[in-house]
Design a protein around this ligand. Structure first.
Ligand code: PCD
Length: 791
């Protein structure tokens, strides 16, 4: 008989491991209409809840008369804030240490605020009954922007808060103030811009909802909830409703997008839970589109007064940022408790800036609460937008080409770790390489010639650049927490005897494709085919604890935990392999999917054989079974980066602008699944384009929300969306077990400035230095026809 020889090594790509553009396994059920979304959940005896929303932005509630609603047949419960207050549920804590009315009792503080709720046999009865509730309001003056909120005679919005004497939420600062002032004194050139990042809304395809099911016989509360962070909600419900944590089960089913909108805990969730406890039946509440747009977490709404101090040659000496953010009536966005304006101070992380100072003030207004991270890790979207607009204005004021200005000031390639001006430590980067690649792809020099030629003939061409790095993947737990709960994550890997496995994490996919990519990490570590690993997330009774999916933290944190859990499994499998091969553990080598004897490579066992032995032939003294749990507390954030370059042409007759080309060079460290990464970047750029061109939620003088439906709040379709030209640079994260960084938000963070810089560049010879987003044609037309800034 021929001697057995070692099998050829496994092909990682064929296995579906790291770097495989594996098709998304979840799409199999999604495209067949077999997804299990919130609205697909039907429980026996389920009642339906509808909320009454305030028509006014600011008014005292004189009385609420619910008697007519109670009379409608099929109505089971009518709830007001007063009823809630008797159970200590009138107010609830927010994720930013503020309080928020669950159902308003004293005043309404924004249009769309929850005032009362009806629970009925079907949703139509509930809707009818809501309109039968009579509320007497005494109007108070609305406050629709920070300027009004900070005026001396402004009405006090939060008169419910003891000691609150004005409409200021916080005053916060960071950076070296004295050093920054000194640098400004010594500067040759100071450049200044005033900008507004308008209020936008994540508007996921699926709005929010809750089905609460309290079972009195077992004392168990089960809630199906559209949430990006099931375990945080479990903790919040335990605190707010004073229920024992082990008796609360939060199930986040398939989600139709989240984009930050499904992070907060909304009042209607709490009301639905109480309603189920009172009615002793499952109670379902689902929001309609207008409800979602006017009352749930919006993004941005920040004003900047930004200054850059430079030497004559364009070298940046210092930056000053002064922000005012509009948080609406309740400070309800989630962010690490140390940082009041999120990670706004991640601005200028990609630039070599010796001194920086940020002063941030937050204000209450009579608008919906929020300032959530809409595809953004705690205000980094604003940070990078402001940074890139300040950089463009500075280049212009210094009289230096915008690409050359960036080259001069960006942190040099591979000069890492780098301490940023506000004190972060960036992990890796090659900003120059990314910029050069983007400029080459778009033919920068060629475009400048074409632009000059076109100008002579009255055509308006522009080119905009955005270069940035951003912090993705909160924690570490030393610095990052939500409501005091430290930010880390976990994974649990259970390998069955046939080498098939179940992986659970505390993250929660909303469309990102975790079921596909997490299996790839396990395939990479263990050599099991990705198809043999099933991934589950979103059920707090089965998933290990986790802080949820937002801030592009799943790959940096949960993804790392997965690799570490797989390594624990591998370490045990190695012991078993040594036993099977009858050698000592030190003599066992590993190649993908197989252990073998170092001195005799043809003698080996596959990972599957080791799995079987874990249940059938384990060595003496070793626990049977093959599973592992890992909790991962990352040493640092990951810092992906990008260079985006956009060219536009503006129609001088109408102000309509078209994207000619958009080149995107992205780094996210090692790409687990290039196909998914590209999808993330395309989606992110599309949202960036939406904000730059068409999206904003605004308010009229009475505080009425304009943009409360998809006729007014616009989403780009395939027709408007430009084609994206994608390229990559790879600088692995030095501290992540597989070198990966987050990617989900990069393009939305860095994208908007490229569009605005391009439009402003097209108009710069007319004296225009700024057009605020969204750059609607009428705004652009005003800028170009009058040669003025438009905000
Ligand atoms: N990846 C890969 N590689 C790398 C990285 C990454 O592959 N390197 C992939 C992963 O695995 C997944 C994704 O990609 O799957 C993503 O990831 P990330 O970055 O880690 O993230 P995540 O955490 O998972 O997620 C989150 C994000 C966010 S944050 C947002 S907004 C958005 C994004 O995600 N959202 C969404 N994207 C998306 N998509 C979809 N489809 N949907 C949705 O919703 Mo925030 O904070 O919440 O604002």
């Amino acid at each position: 008989e021929p001697r057995p020889t070692a099998p050829p090594p496994l092909d990682e790509i064929k296995l579906g491991g790291l770097g495989a553009s594996r098709r998304r396994v979840e799409d199999n059920r999604f495209i067949r209409g077999k997804g299990n979304y919130f609205d697909d959940v039907v429980l026996p005896g389920m009642l339906h809840m509808e909320v009454l929303r305030s028509p006014m932005a600011h008014a005292r509630i004189k009385s609420i008369d619910t008697s007519k609603a109670w009379e409608i047949p099929g109505v089971r419960l009518v709830l007001t804030g007063e009823a809630l207050a008797t159970r200590n549920l009138g107010w609830m804590p927010t994720l930013s240490y503020d309080t928020q009315a669950v159902l308003a009792t004293d005043k309404v503080r924004f249009q769309g605020q929850e005032v009362a709720a009806v629970v009925a046999d079907d949703p139509y009865i509930a809707k009818d009954a809501v309109t039968a509730i009579q509320v007497e309001y005494e109007p108070l003056p609305p406050v629709v922007n920070p300027e009004q909120a900070l005026a001396a005679d402004a009405p006090l919005i939060r008169d419910d808060k003891l000691g609150q004497e004005d409409n200021v939420v916080f005053d916060w600062e960071v950076g070296d103030k004295a050093g920054t002032e000194r640098a400004f004194d010594e500067a040759d050139v100071v450049s200044r811009v005033k900008l507004h990042y308008p209020r936008s809304h994540p508007s996921p395809l699926e709005a929010c909802g809750a089905i609460a099911d309290f079972d009195r016989s077992t004392g168990k509360l089960t809630v199906y909830l559209t949430t990006q962070a099931p375990h945080i909600v479990r903790a919040a419900v335990a605190l707010i409703a004073e229920l024992p944590e082990h008796q609360i089960r939060i199930i986040s089913p398939d989600l139709g997008g989240g984009f930050g909108n499904k992070v907060p805990v909304y009042p209607s969730y709490v009301v639905a839970i109480l309603a189920s406890i009172l009615a002793e039946r499952p109670v379902k509440w689902v929001e309609d589109r207008t409800g979602n747009l006017i009352s749930t977490g919006f993004g941005r709404d920040v004003y900047l007064d930004g200054q850059v101090a430079m030497r004559k040659d364009g070298k940046i000496l210092a930056v000053k940022m002064n922000t005012t953010s509009d948080h609406g009536a309740f400070f309800a966005d989630a962010q690490p408790s140390k940082f009041k304006i999120g990670l706004m101070h991640s601005a200028f992380a990609a630039y070599d800036v010796p001194y920086a100072h940020l002063a941030a003030r937050g204000v209450y207004t009579t608008k919906a609460p929020g300032g959530v991270a809409y595809r953004c890790s705690f205000r980094v979207t604003e940070a990078m937008f402001f940074q890139e607009r300040m950089v463009q204005a500075a280049a212009e004021d210094a009289g230096i080409d915008q690409a050359a200005f960036r080259r001069l000031n960006l942190v040099k390639d591979d000069d890492f770790p780098h301490r940023t001006p506000y004190g972060f430590l960036t992990d890796s980067g090659q900003y120059g390489k990314a910029l050069d690649l983007a400029l080459k792809e778009i033919d920068y020099e060629g475009f400048l010639v074409e632009q000059a030629e076109a100008r002579k003939r009255g055509r308006l061409l522009g080119i905009g650049i955005s270069t940035m790095t951003e912090p993705l993947g909160a924690g570490n737990s030393r610095e990052y927490d939500i409501l005091g709960i430290k930010m880390f994550d976990s994974a649990e890997l259970r390998v069955h005897m046939t080498g098939k496995a179940l992986l659970r994490t505390g993250a929660k996919t909303q469309g990102q494709g975790h079921e596909t990519t997490w299996a790839q990490i396990v395939a990479h570590e263990l050599g099991l085919p990705a198809d043999d690993i099933v991934v589950e997330e979103g059920d707090t009774d089965t998933a290990p604890f986790g802080m949820g999916t937002y801030a592009s933290r799943s790959t940096p944190v949960a993804g790392a935990a997965i690799a570490m859990a797989a390594r624990k499994v591998k370490a045990k499998a190695r012991k078993i392999a040594a036993h099977l091969l009858e050698v000592s553990e030190e003599d066992v080598e590993w190649e993908l999917g197989r252990f073998y004897v170092r001195s005799q490579p043809s003698r080996g066992v596959t990972i599957q054989e080791a799995c079987l032995a874990a249940y059938s032939n384990m060595p003496d003294g070793l626990e049977p079974g093959l599973e592992a749990v890992s909790y991962y507390d990352p040493p640092n954030l990951t810092w992906p980066f990008a260079a985006y370059v956009c060219t536009v042409e503006i129609d001088p007759e109408t102000g309509v602008w078209d994207v000619l080309r958009f080149v995107a060079v992205d780094d996210c460290g090692v790409r687990i699944n290039p196909l998914i990464v590209e999808g993330q970047i395309q989606g992110g750029l599309t949202e960036a384009y939406a904000m730059a061109s068409m999206q904003f939620i605004t308010f009229d003088a009475d505080g009425n929300c304009v943009g409360s439906n998809f006729m007014d709040y616009l989403l780009p379709t395939a027709w408007e969306t430009p084609g994206w030209e994608l390229h990559e640079v790879v600088t692995p994260s030095p501290h992540h077990p597989i070198g990966a960084k987050g990617v989900g938000e990069c393009a939305t963070v860095g994208g908007p400035a490229a569009f605005v810089n391009a439009v402003v560049n097209a108009l710069s010879h007319l004296g225009v230095r700024n057009v605020d987003m969204p750059m609607l044609p009428d705004r652009v037309y005003e800028a170009l026809s009058k040669g003025v800034d438009v905000s």
